[in-house]
Design a protein around this ligand. Structure first.
Ligand SMILES: [Zn+2]
Length: 195
């Protein structure tokens, strides 16, 4: 029984590193993997994943109009060998429908799907993709990182180009030069709700 997995964390916890390592483990054994990434994440250029510690890989870029079930089905049947596992980076940007497409790929094509993404945005709200994954994924895994105080960091603060903390604004600033810093909930609350 193939499962849909969601590994979630805040920023800079090493999600992409874990994804690339897991994919490598399959490929090292001669098994085929497919790696998808939201196309409006251009940190590493279109269709490429790069982790902070230097690992990189080509990836299939997708946007909200793509049918991921069909895409996976086509890859699996293209004659280059069956897909042993599908990886999805920046899974917080999936639509609810795309999360269902991934669930159907697990259930009907019998391919494990491993999605990695942020749980919440800088205002502490769930992303649409994360909300759907938390609702229907078979297995949830938390990727841990720490706040400066040593507690588990679960929240993120967005700093604008001026270095000031953003309290309002779009969930995703495309092309922005914002920086993100991860904190525990207590210190996030201190920063976001300070006067
Ligand atoms: Zn803290």
């Amino acid at each position: 029984m193939a499962k849909l997995y969601f590994s979630y964390a805040t920023m800079n916890a090493g999600k992409s590193t874990l994804l690339l390592q897991a994919s490598y483990n399959y490929r090292e054994r001669g098994m085929r993997t497919a790696i998808f990434i939201a196309s409006f994440d251009d940190r590493a250029g279109q269709g490429r994943i790069s982790s902070r510690i230097g690992l990189t890989s080509d990836a299939i870029a997708f946007d909200h109009t793509d049918d991921l079930y069909r895409h996976i089905e086509q890859l699996n049947g293209d004659g280059d060998g069956e897909v042993a596992c599908v990886f999805v980076d920046e899974a917080q940007f999936l639509s609810e429908e795309q999360v269902w497409q991934l669930a159907r790929a697990a259930d009907r094509l019998h391919i494990p799907i491993m999605a990695y993404g942020l749980r919440t945005d800088f205002q502490g709200k769930l992303f649409p993709g994360s909300q759907a994954l938390l609702a229907i994924a078979d297995e949830l895994r938390e990727v841990r990182t720490i706040c400066h105080c040593g507690r588990k960091a679960t929240m993120v603060v967005r700093l604008g180009a001026d270095g000031k903390v953003a309290r309002e604004g779009a969930q995703v600033e495309i092309g922005g030069n914002d920086k993100y810093v991860s904190y525990c909930r207590r210190h996030w609350d201190d920063i976001m709700n300070a006067d």
